[in-house]
Write a protein that binds this ligand. Structure first.
Ligand code: NAG
Ligand code: NAG
Ligand code: NAG
Ligand code: NAG
Length: 621
């Protein structure tokens, strides 16, 4: 006892020396995937994190950082590094892969040390980029506050040059994070602390890549480029100095290596020019063209694709068009949840594995459901030929509140940030504003104003203002949700205000969702997920009836294409997520539940039926 007291006293009196942080290891998640234990500590560092504005000099800061929860507020004094325990960046702290696997932490610190190669700071600037931190972040470099951000899904960047004061690796980054999931009405998608059947484990913290970049003093700050089916290219190259600097842009055919356009431009001015007979981008033939831009000492690489997304009357009703032709959209509701990584896929190849199944089945689309992925996901869709219906992450509103004016304004701001960040990706065809009424104010109809704001930012895409529920006629689609059977452009409908009218394209934003309980080995075993499995829209007792029913639903959809105005459909869903056991695959991606061969044939017949509505008899997949 006395010894203990002496030890405690000594401990209190001696100058404190930082304890080594608790070392990183993957914590066993409730359910693992084939990638969990081989992901390592730098799964994302080989991928350039901003594929449409690439520069030669960059350095990933992904890897092992340290972490500690805090009751305290943001600000000085900053806690000394290292913090209490190691954490994997990027990851959600709720995930096994993070090495933390903690629930309910709302205020916390992340920290690490880094070095910058000396040539990076001589007559150049150093930018620090965070691809996504959920939800609010304040960033300190060597103790000085240099940036902050609100919004869990998009990139923010800062110039840290003047704060990099050490030549070795003793420069410090502190990131203070605050995540009020469920407490405020914020865009949070399916994340919740109030777990239920269709709302899942939240994600908190630095869940996408962190990286440094060396740039010239005067540089390209952003690039907006669209290229359409007529060969018309419209570009605006933004510069940080906004003083009208000459620059050169080249467009290169990636197959032949030939330069198809070489233009002289002025920064911050919009220019249009034409490329003769370009190869068009379609899901079957996703042709990309490389783009290079030089401005003084700065040089960036990007890519684009020639294609036009529009809508028009085909066979009597409004339908979505790709390159002037009706292309039926068919693909899964793609939530991008992982049992080991929650929001962060365990590795890039795990992320691709989901898209490869979609492609193999002959689908041509994914609906990215109320989540924004790392940009490398959209790059993969651009390259593989998958159209993307991109949802804005929904706000959640509890206890009959409605979003306050401030919360509503913030939702609109973050919607614009998402559109600006992703609008160069050729694969994106449609922006979705509201899903099933979540966070949607219904006493007036803000989706009209938001639709106009999205169109102003991006006139080259369609807008699905309201997918499911409270439709008041805004946007380009009449989008009904119905489980399990589709009601796609049909004269009967289940929800109020969803009578189909021919002046907007009819799509089935969600249907299917039939389920089958997987073996325990492939099941997310936590409550309330396992207790709510039977809430899966339609649960089957055996694989025979599951397969039969799946084919029935695809047949019904085909008949609705043949008879009614159905122009696209989203099947729920790519994988099981927690207690929703209705995926094409199980949550751990180890079991493909569907009968792949039967699905490929049924999907082929969907596109065949759609091509007959187009009138020329050819396949449009
Ligand atoms: C090309 O597209 C831009 C933007 O839509 C438009 O302003 C311009 O007139 C078009 N040029 C041609 C030649 O069609
Ligand atoms: C196109 O860009 C990619 C990525 O920067 C590069 O790997 C490829 O070699 C380029 N192709 C051509 C033909 O320039
Ligand atoms: C579309 O049709 C519906 C009903 O037929 C009508 O209420 C609505 O005003 C029309 N919208 C437009 C943009 O024409
Ligand atoms: C779900 O339904 C099945 C079949 O009726 C039943 O055997 C099972 O106990 C139910 N599970 C739960 C968690 O209620």
């Amino acid at each position: 006892m006395i010894l203990l007291l002496v030890a405690l006293l000594l401990g209190a009196l001696l100058p404190s020396c930082a304890a080594a942080p608790e070392p990183y290891k993957v914590l066993k998640p409730p359910l693992d995937t084939p990638w969990t234990y081989c992901a390592g500590i730098k799964p994302w560092t080989a991928k350039y994190p901003r594929p449409q504005l690439r520069r030669a000099l960059w350095q990933s800061l992904d890897g092992i950082w340290t972490f500690q929860p805090t009751d305290g507020r943001d600000g000085q004094p900053l806690p000394s590094l290292p913090l209490k325990q190691e954490v994997l960046v990027p990851s959600c702290i709720e995930s096994g892969l993070s090495g933390v696997q903690a629930m309910g932490v709302t205020t916390m610190w992340f920290g690490t040390r880094f070095s910058v190669p000396p040539p990076w700071t001589s007559n150049r600037r150093v930018l620090l980029h965070f691809e996504a931190i959920d939800y609010e972040a304040t960033v300190y470099i060597n103790g000085a506050k240099v940036g902050s951000n609100r919004g869990g899904y998009t990139r923010f960047s800062m110039d840290i040059t003047d704060h990099v004061i050490h030549h070795d690796d003793s420069n410090e980054i502190h990131v203070y994070v605050f995540d009020p999931t469920d407490d405020w009405s914020i865009p949070q998608g399916k994340q919740t602390k109030r777990l239920s059947h269709i709302f899942y484990t939240p994600c908190t913290g630095i869940w996408q890549s962190v990286w440094l970049e060396s740039v010239p003093e005067q540089r390209i700050s952003d690039l907006d480029i669209t290229a359409d089916m007529t060969g018309n290219v419209t570009v605006t190259i933004h510069s940080n100095k906004k003083q009208g600097t000459p620059l050169e842009l080249s467009i290169i055919d990636t197959h032949t290596g030939k330069t198809v356009a070489a233009e002289q431009l002025i920064s911050d001015q919009t220019l249009s020019f034409t490329v003769d007979s370009p190869k068009l981008w379609t899901p079957d033939s996703p042709t990309l063209y490389n783009v290079t831009v030089k401005m003084g000492e700065d040089e960036v690489a990007s890519y684009t694709a020639f294609r036009t997304i529009s809508s028009g009357i085909v066979d009597g009703v409004k339908r979505p068009l790709l390159n002037g032709e009706f292309v039926f959209y068919f693909g899964p509701l793609d939530q991008g949840y992982w049992p080991d990584g929650i929001y962060t896929p365990p590795t890039p190849s795990a992320m691709l594995h989901d898209l490869e199944l979609v492609k193999r089945l002959g689908m041509n689309m994914v609906r990215k459901h109320i989540k924004v992925e790392p940009e490398v996901f959209y790059e993969a869709c651009d390259r593989m030929g998958l159209l993307v219906i991109q949802d804005m992450p929904s706000m959640r509103v509890f206890d009959n509140r409605r979003p306050s004016d401030v919360e509503q304004a913030e939702f609109g701001r973050q919607l614009e940030v998402m559109v600006r960040q992703l609008r160069n990706h050729p694969s994106i065809a449609v922006w979705v504003i509201y899903n099933e009424g979540w966070g949607q104010i219904t006493d007036h109809h803000p989706e009209f104003e938001l639709t106009e704001r999205v169109r102003a930012l991006d006139p080259t895409r369609l807008v699905d203002a309201v997918t499911g529920w409270h439709d008041h006629g805004a946007g380009d689609f009449h989008d009904n949700h119905h489980y399990a059977e589709p009601q796609c452009g049909t004269p009967w409908y289940s929800q109020p205000n969803t009578a189909y009218s021919p002046n907007r394209s009819a799509i089935q934003g969600e249907f299917g969702g039939i389920g089958l309980r997987p073996d325990n080995a492939n099941l997310w075993p936590l409550r309330p997920a396992v207790d709510t499995i039977n809430e899966t829209y339609e649960i089957h007792a055996g694989i025979e009836s599951y397969h039969y029913r799946a084919r029935t639903l695809l047949r019904l959809l085909r008949e609705q294409i043949e008879r009614y105005a159905c122009s696209g459909a989203v099947y729920t869903q790519t994988t099981d997520v927690e207690g929703e056991v209705n995926g094409l695959m199980t949550y751990d991606r180890r079991v493909v539940r569907i009968d792949e061969e039967a699905w490929r044939e049924d999907i082929r017949r969907l596109f065949e039926a759609a091509s007959k509505r187009r009138g020329d008899g050819s396949l449009v997949a």
